[in-house]
Design a protein around this ligand. Structure first.
Ligand code: PLP
Length: 258
C-alpha cells in the first residue's frame, strides 16, 4: 500500500477534497496521508467559506509525518493560502516523488477558492514541480493568461510541469473533451459523451486516481488511462446525498474501472 501524501481541503459533505482522496486511494490500493490545507463551509451546491489551516500547523504536521513516513507520490488539491505553498515546495524538493497538482481555483458551484496571490504561487512555484497538472479549461486559461487551450497548454508546459491534462467537464457541449499534453510528445484528445448529472468532487477523484497509480509505479500515460477509466466508472455510479450535485461512487472497482 504505497503512501500518497494528499494535501487538500476538508469538505464536510464528503464529496470533494480529502474524503475523495482517501476513498480513491483505498479503492486503488494505496494509502492516503490526508493533510488538511483548509476547512470549508459547503453543501452539494456550492462552497460558502474556505478557512485556511495555519501555515505553521501545516508545516508541523508535514515535519512530523514525513520524518517517519516516505510517500510514493503527492497529490495537491485545494490550498488555503499562498504562504502554504512555500512550505509545500520545500517538502517536494526533499521528497523527489511524482506530484499530481489539481490547481483548484473555483468550486463547481462557482465560488472562487483562490486569491490572486495563491494563483501566482500555483503558477510560479507549484506548476514547475508537477509531474502531472490537471486544471480544467477555465483554470488553465486563468493560470496561463490566454483563451486558446493549445496556447495555454504551451505556456503551462513552459513553466516546467512534466505533463498536462486539461479537463473539459466545465466546457459546454454534449461531449466532454480532455486534452492530454505530454511533455515532449504529441497532444492527444479523449472525448466522451457527457453524463447528464452534475458532479461534486469529480476533479479531486481524477487527480487522486492519477496520484495513486503513479505511487504504484505506473508511467504517466498508463496512470492517465487507468485514472480516466476509474473516474468515469465512479461518475456513472454517482449518487445524490443532497439537492445539488452528485457524489462519485468511488469504492467500487468494477471491470470498467480496472
Ligand atoms: N471543496 C473542497 C475541499 C475541494 O477540494 C474542492 C475541489 O477540489 C471543492 C470543494 C469543489 O469541488 P467541485 O468543484 O467538484 O464541487
Amino acid at each position: 500500500m504505497p503512501p500518497v501524501l494528499c494535501l487538500s481541503g476538508l469538505d464536510p459533505g464528503g464529496g470533494a477534497g480529502l474524503s475523495a482522496d482517501i476513498e480513491v486511494c483505498k479503492a486503488l490500493k494505496a494509502h492516503a496521508l490526508p493533510v488538511a490545507t483548509a476547512l470549508t463551509v459547503q453543501d452539494t451546491h456550492d462552497v460558502a467559506r474556505c478557512v485556511p489551516v495555519a501555515t505553521t500547523l501545516l508545516a508541523a504536521q508535514l515535519e512530523r509525518l514525513l520524518t517517519d513516513v516516505r510517500p510514493a507520490a503527492v497529490k495537491i488539491g485545494l490550498l488555503g493560502s499562498a504562504s502554504q505553498v512555500a512550505r509545500i515546495v520545500g517538502w517536494l524538493n526533499r521528497l523527489r516523488v511524482p506530484v499530481v497538482l489539481d490547481p483548484v481555483l473555483a468550486a463547481g458551484g462557482g465560488s472562487r477558492l483562490a486569491s490572486p496571490a495563491l494563483v501566482r504561487a500555483l503558477r510560479e512555484q507549484l506548476m514547475p514541480r508537477a509531474t502531472i497538472a490537471t486544471p480544467n479549461a477555465a483554470e488553465a486559461r486563468v493560470l496561463a493568461g490566454c483563451e486558446d487551450l493549445d496556447a495555454a497548454a504551451a505556456r503551462l508546459l513552459a513553466l516546467g510541469c512534466g505533463n498536462l491534462l486539461i479537463t473539459g467537464g466545465d466546457e459546454p457541449g454534449d461531449r466532454v473533451t480532455d486534452r492530454w499534453y505530454p511533455g515532449g510528445g504529441a497532444p492527444r484528445c479523449y472525448a466522451s459523451r457527457r453524463l447528464r448529472a452534475g458532479f461534486h468532487g469529480a476533479g479531486c477523484t481524477l487527480a487522486a486516481a492519477l496520484a495513486a497509480r503513479l505511487a504504484r509505479g505506473d508511467p504517466p500515460i498508463r496512470a492517465l488511462e487507468a485514472a480516466r477509466r476509474y473516474t468515469r466508472h465512479a461518475l456513472r455510479e454517482a449518487y445524490a446525498i443532497g439537492g445539488g450535485r452528485r457524489v462519485p461512487r468511488r469504492e467500487r472497482f468494477g471491470p470498467e474501472a480496472r
